[in-house]
Design a binder for this molecule. Structure first.
Ligand SMILES: Nc1nc2c([nH]c(=O)n2[C@H]2C[C@H](O)[C@@H](COP(=O)(O)OP(=O)(O)OP(=O)(O)O)O2)c(=O)[nH]1
Length: 130
């Protein structure tokens, strides 16, 4: 059976812009765009996993707000259950420990980027909510 992996992603907003992060060449799904976050560890609440991942990946402390959406996507390598949350940075200057680059975009420009396939429903929901 394919691995089933629970992942959380942060839709970080500031001044009506949304933080988009590009995966690096060395990560899985290289160079695709995503919402920063990562895998939920066992016995970890999704919101706590998201706060931990943002600290590790971008050295930021975030406030996790409402859920955007949960979707399940079948990749070749695994089944990914992705849950996204609206979030705000409450402290820390963004430092990219893993990603190639970030962009802040208004919702109506999100589809100018090539997103990881699992993110498409979340991107659409964010555009609807804007
Ligand atoms: N973080 C994140 N991962 C995503 C998104 N969309 C998507 O398909 N993924 C996939 C990519 C990876 O296969 C998986 C998450 O892995 P990851 O590499 O970001 O997480 P991690 O930091 O916990 O992983 P690891 O390197 O510690 O193993 O989910 C997204 O929006 N955010």
């Amino acid at each position: 059976m394919k691995k089933y992996i629970r992942v959380v992603g942060a839709v970080i907003t500031k001044d009506n812009m949304i933080l988009c992060a590009q995966r690096s060449e060395s990560m899985s799904l290289p160079l695709l765009w995503e919402f920063p976050g990562g895998k939920i560890e066992s016995n970890e609440q999704p919101e706590d996993a998201l706060k931990r991942e943002l600290k590790e990946e971008m050295n930021c402390t975030i406030l996790v707000n409402d859920k955007v959406v949960t979707t399940v996507h079948e990749y070749e390598f695994a089944t990914i259950e992705l849950t996204t949350y609206y979030s705000n940075i409450i402290s820390g200057d963004i430092y990219l420990a893993e990603h190639k680059q970030i962009k802040w975009l208004p919702a109506n420009e999100l589809f100018s980027l090539e997103w990881a396939p699992a993110d498409i429903p979340a991107v659409k929901k964010v555009m609807e909510d804007a």
